[in-house]
Write a protein that binds this ligand. Structure first.
Ligand SMILES: Nc1ncnc2c1ncn2[C@@H]1O[C@H](COP(=O)(O)OP(=O)(O)OP(=O)(O)O)[C@@H](O)[C@H]1O
Ligand SMILES: O=C(O)[C@H](O)CO
Length: 377
């Protein structure tokens, strides 16, 4: 019996590799003879770099860059010397996980550090950049990244915009002449963890601003600032990118990735599955277990468990989801190929307990599921 373990990370609890290891422990308890394939996954957001470093030949590199608040931090990136490909995860430098709840600011956080990582990869001789977009603390539509790469974003007074998406409302002019020209010579792929547009009810600020600290009034101001940015960009480029699916990823950075860097936008989980050779691994499996912190209606817009379930359905492999918790609308997951879904809690439990006991609870659930599965086989 072969069991494929392909969880995403459990935000605030475990990385995808740790989750896969916890699941493996449970499967082993129930079926020591089982062949286990640990395949940590990511959908573009935080932890995707880990998944790619585990599954590919890429080597880990470390750089000191700015975090979302402009403080020096150590960020990892991946380098595959053979294909001269750099894997750069936005959340490594500017991720939400780096900030405490009190520190989160959707108005003033910046993606500058991510732009610095891109520059470092170019200095390294990268011919191909794989940008992993999601899990950000930023909501600046990539303005900080652009500035780090030499784009001048200038206000009415002729000075450079300060950090933060809210300052895009003062944008008057875009200066392209100092944009790092090496960007024209590399292939850029942007892996997106969601398919939201830049603005509007489903846009970056409305949907992901609140988790970065935005109040409803700030969401409105940020949305307006992004509309203005999109207007100025379309005046300059003659093309409006704001409604393309996924440009709202990573606080709207997807927008700048496509408009300025000409990145090819790729739906996260599908692209990650292809990088880790998921199809082959799934075709050898009798069961796949996946999971994330919360399975809910949003999971349907391209999150790991649903991407996996869709593929598992196609090849007739049962797909079980173990989620930290099951949020509103999770039942829709059945329509996407999820065979059954479980929440981790083993009784009334606080979020704190749930996250600190995540590994232990995953092991227990994986054991129960495997026991049932062997019985049925
Ligand atoms: N073990 C757990 N038990 C209960 N809740 C958890 C657990 N682990 C994580 N969560 C919560 O689930 C929520 C979503 O986590 P998830 O790992 O699904 O992140 P995500 O895919 O980036 O989701 P989103 O973009 O919706 O925040 C987080 O608020 C997290 O605190
Ligand atoms: O980073 C973010 O804003 C969310 O993960 C959606 O991409």
């Amino acid at each position: 019996m072969r069991i494929l373990l392909a969880p995403d990370s459990y935000k605030d609890s475990l990385s995808a590799s740790e989750a896969a290891a916890a699941l493996a422990k449970g499967v082993m308890r129930a079926a020591p003879q089982a062949e286990i394939d640990e395949c940590p996954m990511g959908d573009g957001g935080e932890g995707t770099l880990d998944a790619l470093l585990t599954a590919t030949l890429a080597e880990q590199r470390i750089a000191i860059v700015n975090d979302a608040l402009g403080r020096a931090c150590k960020a990892r990136w991946g380098w595959d010397p053979e294909s001269q490909t750099a894997f750069i995860e936005l959340a490594e430098a500017c991720g939400l996980q780096r900030l405490s709840t009190e520190e989160r600011t959707a108005l003033y956080s910046s993606s500058y550090g991510f732009g610095e990582l891109i520059k470092i990869a170019l200095d390294h001789g990268a011919k191909r950049l794989v940008l992993l977009l999601g899990g950000s603390a930023t909501n600046d539509a990539g303005a900080g990244m652009l500035q780090a790469l030499g784009v001048q974003l200038v206000n009415n007074e002729g000075t450079s915009l300060s950090a933060g998406g809210i300052n895009l409302s003062d944008l008057k002019q875009i200066g392209w002449d100092k944009l790092d020209t090496r960007l024209h010579e590399v292939i850029i792929e942007a892996i997106l963890d969601v398919d939201n547009p830049l603005v509007g009810k489903q846009g970056a600020s409305a949907v992901f601003g609140p988790q970065k600290g935005a109040t409803p009034e700030e969401v409105e101001r940020l949305d307006k600032a992004f509309c203005h940015f999109a207007d100025v960009v379309s005046d300059n480029l003659g093309h409006d990118y704001r409604d393309i699916a996924g440009v709202g990823a990573a606080g709207g950075l997807g927008f700048s990735a496509v408009a300025f860097l000409k990145a090819k936008l790729c739906p996260g989980i599908e692209r990650v599955m292809s990088h880790v050779g998921f199809e082959d691994r799934l075709s050898n499996a009798d069961l796949v277990i996946t999971g994330e912190g919360r399975l809910d209606i949003q999971s349907l817009s391209g999150k790991t468990p649903i991407g996996i379930a869709r593929q598992a359905k196609q090849v007739g492999v049962p797909a079980v989801v173990i989620a930290g918790h099951l949020g509103a609308g999770w039942e829709k997951a059945y329509e996407e190929g999820v065979t059954s879904a479980f929440s981790l809690a083993d009784g009334p439990i606080t979020l704190n307990d749930a996250t600190s006991r995540c590994g232990e609870l995953l092991t227990t659930q994986a054991e129960s599921i495997t026991r049932l599965f062997i019985k049925r086989k």
